[in-house]
Write a protein that binds this ligand. Structure first.
Ligand code: PA5
Length: 426
C-alpha cells in the first residue's frame, strides 16, 4: 500500500551494505531485546488488541454520534495527534458529518481555551479525556474546566454519561477520578507509548465517533504488520525508508521535510513530527522532522528549498487517486487564460505540480527526494500508513542507536514550569 520510490535520492544507496544491520535491528524489534523493549506493545497490537474493547468503543461511538453535536477530545501529544491526523485525513477539513470533533487539552493558551468553551457551551457536547499518566497539566486543567461546564449545564448525572476517559488500566489520577465519578473508561495499555497509541482507544474512539470504520483501519494496520515483518530491504518498504533516512542523517542532512500535496494531511505532518522527533531526537542525535503542504508552501518555503542552504531532504507522500474529483470548467471568454485546462481534473494539475516540483528540487536545487507512493487513501490505507511510519521509526531510531520509545527530554520544561508554578516537590 506504500511504495518507496528511491529514484530521486541523487545518490545510489547501497542497501545491500545496510542489510546485515537491518537484520540485527529487525531481530531486536522482533525479539523485543532492544532499549525500550517494554514499550513494544504496538508491534503486534493489530493482532493482539482487545476485541471486546473494540466493540465497546464502537458502541460508545454510536451512542455519542446519536446523542451529541460535539465531541471534545481532551489530550496532548500522543494522546490526540493520531486521532486528529486520521480524522482530518479521512473526513476532510469541512466535514458536515455530526458530531463535530474539536480538540482541547493541548495548550495553556487562555484565548484558545476560552474560545473553545464559549463555542461549545450552548451545544450538546460529550468529552473524551485522554491521558495515559492522568497527570498531564495541559489536559488536566482543560478537563477540569470542561467537567465544570458540563456539570453546570446538564447536572452531574447526565455529565457522567457524556464523559469517556481513556487512560491506564489501573493507575493514575484520571483512572481514580473515573472510578469515583463512574465514567466509561477505555485502556491505553502500559506497553504502548503515547505516540504509538493510535490503534488503541486513544485513536479509535475519536476516529469512530468521526465516522471512520475502525475495523477497516485495524485491518489496514494488520496488513502492514504482516507485510513489514520481512527484514529484506528489497521487500520491506518501511525498512527501506528507514535506511534512506539513516543514510541522509549520516551524510550531512539535518532536516527531513515531510511533504504532501493534500491539505487534509497537514495534521498527519504534525503526528509525523511527534513520532520521529520524540523517538529520535536524543543523545544529541537525530534528523529534525519538519512538514509542509505543496503546492501551498511552494509559495512560502519553496524558495528556501530551491535555493537555500542544503540542510534538508524531502519525503513526499503522494496519493495518486483523490477521494473526490473536480473538473476545471470551460469559460467562453477565457479572460483568465485557463481554457487550456478545460475538462482536466484538479488531480491532473496537482500531479503535474508534483512532477514539476520534483524536477525543480532535485535536478536544479540538488535536494534529494524520497517518494512514498500510495494509490489512494481510505480507512484501511490509513491504518496501513500509520503502522508503516511507526515501523519505520523503530528501525530508524535503532539504526541511530537511540531508544525509540522514551522521551526523557520532555520532562525538563515540566520541572522548570512546576517550580515556577510553586508545585509541591519542585
Ligand atoms: O508520546 C508520548 O508519550 C507523549 O507525547 C504523551 O502522549 C503526551 O505527553 C501526553 O501524555 P499523557 O497521555 O500521559 O497525558
Amino acid at each position: 500500500m506504500v511504495k518507496v520510490n528511491a529514484e530521486n535520492l541523487l545518490v545510489n544507496i547501497d542497501f545491500d551494505k545496510y542489510q546485515k544491520r537491518a537484520n540485527e535491528v529487525n531481530k531486536m524489534i522482533d525479539e523485543k531485546s532492544g532499549p525500550g523493549n517494554d514499550f513494544l506493545g504496538w508491534l503486534n497490537y493489530p493482532e493482539t488488541y482487545d476485541k471486546a474493547e473494540l466493540e465497546q468503543i464502537i458502541k460508545s461511538a454510536v451512542f455519542i454520534r446519536k446523542n451529541f453535536d460535539v465531541l471534545v477530545v481532551c489530550g496532548i501529544g500522543g494522546s490526540y495527534l493520531g486521532a486528529r491526523a486520521g480524522i482530518e485525513a479521512l473526513k476532510g477539513l469541512h466535514s458536515k458529518d455530526k458530531p463535530e470533533i474539536i480538540f482541547l487539552g493541548q495548550t495553556f493558551s487562555s484565548d484558545y481555551v476560552y474560545e473553545t468553551l464559549e463555542y461549545i457551551k450552548d451545544k450538546k457536547f460529550a468529552i473524551n479525556v485522554i491521558s495515559k499518566s492522568g497527570t498531564t497539566t495541559e489536559t488536566a486543567i482543560s478537563f477540569r474546566l470542561l467537567k465544570e461546564l458540563l456539570e453546570k449545564k446538564v447536572g452531574k448525572k447526565e455529565a457522567q454519561k457524556a464523559i469517556f476517559a481513556t487512560t491506564d488500566a489501573s493507575k493514575g489520577a484520571l483512572k481514580e477520578l473515573s472510578i469515583k465519578e463512574g465514567y466509561q473508561t477505555f485502556v491505553l495499555p502500559g506497553d504502548v507509548g503515547g505516540r504509538y497509541s493510535v490503534f488503541t482507544a486513544v485513536g479509535l474512539l475519536p476516529l469512530a465517533v468521526a465516522g471512520v470504520d475502525v475495523r477497516k483501519l485495524m485491518a489496514g494496520a494488520y496488513k502492514a504488520m504482516v507485510e513489514l515483518r520481512n527484514p529484506s530491504l528489497k521487500e520491506n518498504q518501511a525498512y527501506k525508508y528507514a535506511v534512506i533516512r539513516d543514510y541522509f542523517y549520516r551524510n550531512g542532512k539535518q532536516v527531513e521535510l515531510f511533504v504532501s500535496y493534500e491539505p487534509r494531511l497537514v495534521q498527519l505532518g504534525e503526528w509525523f513530527k511527534q513520532l520521529f522527533g520524540e523517538s529520535e531526537g536524543k543523545d544529541i542525535k537525530g534528523l529534525l522532522p519538519d512538514s509542509a503542504t505543496f503546492s501551498t508552501d511552494l509559495h512560502s518555503l519553496g524558495q528556501f528549498i530551491q535555493d537555500g542552504s542544503k540542510v534538508l531532504f524531502e519525503t513526499i507522500l503522494f496519493i495518486k487517486k483523490p477521494m473526490n474529483e473536480v473538473i476545471i470548467p470551460e469559460d467562453k471568454e477565457d479572460l483568465d487564460g485557463l481554457n487550456y485546462l478545460k475538462g482536466k481534473s484538479l488531480q491532473f494539475v496537482n500531479e503535474k505540480a508534483f512532477l514539476g516540483t520534483l524536477k525543480a528540487h532535485t535536478e536544479t536545487g540538488k535536494v534529494p527526494n524520497c517518494i512514498l507512493e500510495m494509490e489512494k487513501l481510505n480507512d484501511e490505507a490509513m491504518g496501513y500508513l500509520f503502522y508503516f511510519f511507526m515501523k519505520t521509526c523503530a528501525m530508524s531510531a535503532y539504526l541511530l542507536d537511540v531508544n525509540p520509545f522514551n522521551q526523557p527530554g520532555v520532562e525538563v520544561y515540566k520541572k522548570n514550569m512546576f517550580h515556577l508554578l510553586g508545585k509541591k516537590g519542585y
